[in-house]
Design a protein around this ligand. Structure first.
Ligand SMILES: [Zn+2]
Length: 188
């Protein structure tokens, strides 16, 4: 159940209860402390803003603890042409994602976006060629359009956000890239 839905349910129950008891209504309980906002901005995302919104909705749906929303600029979505897509994570939930317009014509833009945001949420690459794995990225080939993290990937993100500090400054800056296109000899 989503927190907002839970809160509405609790508020309704509280109202009914207090009405029945003739008590003064009390404020609804605050949202669970475990929920972490990841505030992103698409102000510089150009044509990829919609993909960012879709990717945020996917991560929100697949995780229990993460709430991606346009509430700030912890995560900036950018784009470039050539050089490859990548994520630069300054700390968990913070950094920037850069989409390469050339790769986005070759691969599923939504898969690239969700993958790169996965880096911001703490996941490493896992170039095993398995399309069911989001972090396999480009290793799964251009025909792979899966943009959903596996249950294990989503659980890993929940774990990271549940047990790691949210906005501490990292010891180093993580940079994850989308792999270069396969060479002609390696193409399937
Ligand atoms: Zn990657």
């Amino acid at each position: 159940m989503r927190p907002s839905k839970l809160l509405r349910t609790l508020a309704t129950l509280a109202a009914v209860t207090t009405a029945a008891l003739g008590l003064t209504a009390v404020q609804a309980a605050p949202a669970s402390a475990a929920v972490r906002n990841v505030c992103y901005t698409t102000a510089q995302a150009g044509p990829y803003a919609t993909y960012a919104d879709q990717a945020a909705a996917i991560w929100n749906a697949r995780t229990a603890n993460i709430n991606m929303a346009k509430c700030g600029s912890n995560l900036r979505i950018l784009y470039t042409t050539g050089g490859g897509s990548y994520a630069q994570r300054t700390s968990l939930g913070n950094g920037r994602v850069v989409i390469d317009t050339q790769q986005a014509q070759q691969y599923s833009p939504l898969r690239i976006m969700t993958h790169e945001i996965g880096h911001i949420l703490g996941l490493p690459d896992n170039y095993n060629g398995n399309c069911a794995i989001l972090m396999s990225g480009g290793s799964a080939g251009t025909s792979c359009t899966n943009s959903n993290p596996s249950s294990a990937e989503a659980a890993r993100v929940d774990s990271l956000f549940g047990f790691a500090p949210f906005a501490t400054t990292g010891a180093g800056v993580f940079t994850g890239s989308w792999p270069a296109p396969a060479t002609a000899g390696a193409q399937r």
